[in-house]
Design a protein around this ligand. Structure first.
Ligand code: PRT
Ligand code: ZN
Length: 310
């Protein structure tokens, strides 16, 4: 299969996602929830979009910012850490910004942290000023920016992996690496002390805008992504109640959205009973339902919202 490279006019949108790794599965799930589906090709690098003219390119996460910068891909799902690092490298090399973060996607959360041997008493960044210490990292650009901001003169030791063993190997005194549970640091007798970046998977796009059919496709996709993200963890709570019970019910539903009265369209047996609904974040527990029932709610129902357009 031949891929058209470059920035030529295109009427299909091409999204790069990680082929395998932490972000691969959630990225596919998110795009599928946006109504996209693909025909898998045998080389498994390119998936042709079936429901919409939106194709997937399956690549290494490190390659995604560059593919967007070169116009090979239009959008990409990548960790903010990777995007910021490559943006920082471009800046250092005098290149113009080539991509931007369009949405935080709420998965792949981690932090880029400075970590020190666990027996150090950490008092703050001032502690490593003018000491000429070595910091091992795979994120030299982000670390370099932080060091400059803090006025710290340290030596950045760039490693492509296994950063956490550098202090034990004697190649650096500190490290700067991604942390999620923190177990890797603990296993290497290190502790996190400074947070350089809060990261998650993001939808990234080019710095400029599209001037062909891709503009409309990208806009539609963003709207659907927003819809999916908004619905995450949302439940619609429906019930009936007498008007007199409303104050007590509203009291119990303080954390939910506004309580809406559904217009009664001449249903039999109305006799002053209101049909009510509200949107709740997170789970609605049995305890909450029982409390609402005691306060006068009847016919309680909790529904998962599958799709919505704001
Ligand atoms: O093959 P490819 O190059 O595509 O994959 P990769 O191995 O470079 O990336 P991958 O799949 O490991 O990570 C992809 C993205 O997931 C990263 O760029 C981050 O945005 C995000 N992410 C979220 C993480 C972590 N959490 C994470 N914990 N990336 C790496 N880690 C590392 C961490 O540095 C530590 O070494 O996982 C290890 C376990 O972390 P703890 O703190 O839970 O012990
Ligand atoms: Zn990678």
């Amino acid at each position: 299969m031949t891929l058209t490279l470059g920035t030529a006019t295109r009427d299909r949108l091409r999204i790069a996602i990680q082929k395998s790794g932490r972000l691969a599965e959630p990225a596919r799930k998110l795009l599928a929830a946006c109504g996209l589906s693909w025909r898998e090709s045998r080389d498994k690098l390119f998936c042709y979009g079936e429901t919409l003219p939106v194709d997937l390119l399956l690549v290494r996460d490190d390659d995604i910012p560059g593919l967007i910068a070169d116009g090979v891909c239009d959008l990409g799902v990548v960790g903010r850490n990777e995007l910021e690092e490559q943006a920082g490298t471009r800046l250092r090399n005098g290149l113009a910004p080539a991509y931007r973060e369009l949405r935080g996607l709420g998965f792949g959360q981690c932090r880029l942290m400075l970590a020190v041997p666990e027996d150090w008493d950490w008092t703050g960044p001032g502690q490593i000023k003018d000491k000429g210490l070595r910091i091992a990292t795979s994120y030299p650009a982000i670390l370099g920016q932080w060091l400059a901001r803090e006025g710290i003169d340290a030596q950045v030791v760039e490693l492509s992996g296994s950063v956490e063993i550098a202090p034990r190997l004697g190649t650096a005194e500190l490290i700067c690496d991604l942390v999620s549970s923190g177990a890797t640091l603990v296993a290497n007798q290190l502790k996190p002390v400074e947070n350089l970046l809060d990261s998650e998977a993001v939808l990234a796009g080019p710095a400029g805008s599209f001037d062909d059919a891709r503009a409309g496709l990208a806009q539609m996709l963003l709207r659907r992504v927003d819809g999916v993200l908004q619905l995450k963890d949302r439940k619609l709570l429906m019930f009936n109640a007498a008007r007199e019970a409303l104050p007590a019910l509203e009291q119990l539903l303080q954390d939910a959205g506004p309580l809406v009265v559904v217009p009664d369209q001449g249903r039999p047996g109305g006799n002053g009973t209101l049909a009510l609904q509200t949107m709740c974040e997170g789970t609605v527990s049995w305890q909450q339902l029982e409390d609402l029932e005691r306060a006068g709610a009847r016919g309680l129902m909790v529904l998962t919202v599958e799709r919505s357009l704001a």
